[in-house]
Design a protein around this ligand. Structure first.
Ligand code: ZN
Length: 144
């Protein structure tokens, strides 16, 4: 999870892209992200080689989700109910309730600020995708 105080369209795009990457590449691990202004740098591990062409279906799914203007929902769950969220480890252990952000079918625990719907994410584009080490990849994207 990136900085929850980040620019809401960028932060929301990071949630959605992360969820789509995890859906397309189930073996993805070691995810990290840095958000600054309207740009995001994310890194992750993948056990088999990935090329820019492998990323194309994910970028297409992202553009489709934005074009379909999915609603973004906010709910509160108990920690036990939230047990299956993919990023529950990022939430402080002493919180009894977990704020859950839903973007389409994808749920993530998060305390940050988000857009109301995916159509509010404007100008999403992947600007760079490159290997940075054995099995480690860096993806740069930005929004308007
Ligand atoms: Zn968030």
């Amino acid at each position: 999870m990136g900085d929850p105080l980040a620019y809401p369209p960028l932060h929301s795009a990071e949630h959605l892209l992360t969820s789509l990457l995890e859906a397309h590449f189930p073996a993805l691990s070691g995810y990290e992200a840095r958000l600054k202004s309207r740009k995001c740098v994310m890194e992750f591990d993948h056990p088999t080689p990935l090329a820019e062409a492998d990323l194309a279906p994910v970028v297409q799914a992202m553009q489709t989700a934005i074009a379909q203007d999915w609603p973004v929902t906010v709910t509160e769950l108990s920690r036990a109910e939230a047990g299956r969220l993919p990023n529950l480890n990022e939430i402080p252990a002493d919180l009894d309730t977990v704020r859950v952000i839903g973007i389409g079918p994808y749920l993530r625990a998060c305390r940050g600020q988000h857009v109301a719907q995916t159509g509010d994410i404007r100008g999403f584009r992947v600007t760079r995708f490159t290997p940075v080490g054995p099995h480690r990849y860096r993806l740069n994207f930005s929004v308007d």
